[in-house]
Design a binder for this molecule. Structure first.
Ligand code: ATP
Ligand code: MG
Length: 261
């Protein structure tokens, strides 16, 4: 029975997709069976996993509209995890889902069929609190929130937490915050430190010890269609993502075989 993480923050460009792709690759590296679900019409998690988003026959869009099963929509990525791809068609799904029954549950209902096939599912959300994101929250067991330690970082979080509260009350009583992960972290910046302290004050031990540094290898890996672990396994970026995955697995009490991060 897989555990499902939604990666979400309605703020754009904070590192959601980077965390989704690299967490999937890192957990696969640790021998876990992983499915990455791209729930963003930008399709960045799809491309970043080396999959041609215009060539995939069945995507998350067909799956949400009931035209494909989850099993028929998954494709294998080079990083040893499976992907349910997204492309621009998904942008229309929100409107097309208005009249559909159980519209908040479409993703959950589809993914439930695969819960014995994977140890973990990772859902990459779009930078919005819309019907797609709500589908992700309804399907998920918990939420991982990537955030950049900059001045406005905390402002958007209250909207996110408010949405999660509503989802918990009405759609998915299991949902909780799993982790806040600080991305593009620059330890030399005073502002980074101040915002980081503030985040810890509000969210305590939900804030993971592992930080993801600003690292050029992480930024360039998607242009090769690879997780950073395959692009440059010894880079600080790859090691930090392995460490993050390891902290996540440790906190679940899931044993990790093989090399230390
Ligand atoms: P969106 O809201 O558009 O979906 P996002 O939250 O998914 O964005 P990413 O696409 O993961 O954010 O990252 C935004 C940009 O920053 C990308 O160009 C990515 O390659 C780069 N980036 C992400 N993480 C890092 C990092 N740790 N170091 C350097 N660059 C990074
Ligand atoms: Mg993204």
């Amino acid at each position: 029975m897989s555990k499902i993480f939604a990666i979400a923050n309605q703020k754009g460009g904070v590192g959601k997709t980077s965390v989704a792709v690299n967490l999937s690759a890192s957990m696969a590296h640790y021998g876990k069976r992983v499915l990455l679900v791209d729930l963003d019409p930008q399709g960045n998690a799809t491309t970043g996993s080396g999959i041609d988003k215009s060539a995939v026959e069945n995507t998350v869009y067909e799956m949400l509209l009931g035209e494909s099963t989850a099993a028929d929509a998954r494709v294998r990525a080079e990083g040893n995890y499976d992907v349910i791809a997204a492309n621009r068609n998904l942008a229309g799904a929100e409107i097309e889902m208005i009249d559909i029954e159980r519209r908040e549950f479409r993703l959950k209902d589809a993914l439930d069929a695969l819960r014995d096939d994977y140890d973990f599912m990772v859902i990459d959300s779009p930078p919005a609190l819309n019907m797609l994101t709500v589908n992700g929250f309804t399907a998920a067991d918990s939420v991982i929130i990537p955030m950049q330690c900059e001045y406005y970082a905390l402002e958007g979080l209250s909207d996110l937490v408010g949405t999660l509260r509503k989802v918990k009350a009405n759609l998915n009583s299991r949902i909780e915050i799993e982790a806040l992960v600080r991305t593009m972290f620059d330890p030399r910046s005073t502002l980074t430190q101040q915002v980081s302290d503030e985040i810890k004050k509000h969210y305590g031990d939900k804030v993971f010890d592992t930080v993801i540094p600003r690292n050029i290898r992480i930024a360039e890996a998607p242009s090769f269609g690879k997780p950073v672990l395959l692009h440059d396994p010894q880079s600080k970026g790859a090691l930090s993502h392995l460490a993050f995955a390891r902290e996540l697995l440790d906190r679940q009490g899931v044993p990790v075989k093989g090399a230390a991060a």
